[in-house]
Write a protein that binds this ligand. Sequence first.
Ligand code: R5P
Length: 261
Amino acid sequence: MPADLSPIDKAKFAAAHRAVALIEDGMRVGLGTGSTAAWMVRCLGERVREEGLKLQGVPTSTRTADLARQVGIEVVSLDEAKWLDITIDGADEFDPELNLIKGGGGALLQEKIVATASDQMVVITDASKEVNHLGGFPLPVEVIPFGWQTSRALIEELLESMDVLGRQTTLRLNGSQPYVTDEGNYIVDLHLNRIGNARQLALVLNQIPGVVENGLFIDICDKVIIGGADGKVQVRDINEGSVSEEQVTFAEDDNIFADLD
Ligand SMILES: O=C[C@H](O)[C@H](O)[C@H](O)COP(=O)(O)O
């Protein structure tokens, strides 16, 4: 385990390292977005460079596309790849059924499209993202800029009728300006604290005009890999109903650190 990483980065690295072992030659791979997914892209790049692994990567954001190219992964669009063998991504929360909140980094729309177009979605995470009930993390909802205040008002009206604890909404900002997604949209974050029926909320939010997508990933994730700072990982598979513990080993001088910012 690289000694100079923070415990949280060690945990993310361990999960990413384990997940990349699932990738086989010739696979088409969805590449998630965020700090945990960035470790996975670096680990995958190392396998491409050192083992000559041939694969096609479909990134879920411009950030991930840039990093993937930088580490030597062939980047193609989803339309070119058509269907993916596996997607590996991070999450902001996961519950016991492996339902997720995603979009803390603003990439939920491409992430949901890519994950849904995959045989298998694997989430990599540290233990802090595990919850009994989704909603502690603000739920991102992507809305088109035209009439966004009306969409937000309709979201707030909807929340009055839903089984949620909090109802506050905020427009995500980048400095003093609205945060703009890769698709040119805005994000409204819903501060719900606890979502009673995530499946229902995911469906009804998307019925509101102007809402493009929401960050609830229901029945999409197949497997969660939870990394620990000591290199221990737990692999939970919702389809097999299995849980296994493993120890990740990697070299101290692992050259994935060469491309760290
Ligand atoms: O939009 C961002 C994504 O959904 C991320 O995968 C999520 O926010 C987790 O990011 P991180 O691994 O940085 O905690």
